[in-house]
Write a protein of this length. Structure first.
Length: 154
């Protein structure tokens, strides 16, 4: 039999969970080749909102640092839905962050996924290639697309 104190403790814990900021959690990042010492180190990835909402803008921010002076390069992005490859795109590195990039920098990309995008788990793999196509870093991380669209009829 639950006492009034147990109920109050449970209610307080539930309220704390409701007050936590949504969409501000860090995303776990893995390097593609764990044994390789990449010249560009990724310190974190933030996906906002998390989970991503279909038909609404989502921002992917990748915090990184390097001792190199990167003046040119490209970002190669591949997305998989569960195990199936669903999307690829390539961007000019200097269009995504100010060049030359050295020290700490942030790559930020805003995407709006179509409202018909299937909900579920996705994996994004990003390679940063230098001006001679050398691999400066390669990471992968997961993100989710929610089951509810903002214009869904209930």
């Amino acid at each position: 039999m639950a006492t009034k104190q147990h109920f109050l403790l449970f209610a307080a814990a539930a309220m704390l969970l409701l007050l936590l900021p949504f969409g501000c959690t860090a995303t776990a990042v893995e390097y593609c080749n764990k044994g390789l010492d990449y010249p560009v180190k990724v310190s974190g990835v933030e996906v906002v909102p998390d989970p991503v909402v279909r038909g609404e803008p989502a921002t992917f921010k990748i915090s990184a640092s390097t001792d190199k002076n990167i003046t040119a390069g490209k970002l190669v992005i591949d997305v998989a839905y569960f195990i199936f490859h669903v999307h690829s795109e390539t961007h000019n590195f200097c269009d995504e962050t100010p060049c030359p990039a050295t020290g700490e920098f942030v790559l930020a990309s805003k995407q709006t996924l179509p409202s018909f995008t299937p909900p579920g788990s996705y994996t994004l793999t990003m390679k940063l290639l230098g001006d001679s196509n050398e691999e400066l870093t390669c990471i992968s991380f997961g993100f989710s697309i929610g089951f509810v669209t903002p214009n869904a009829i209930i």
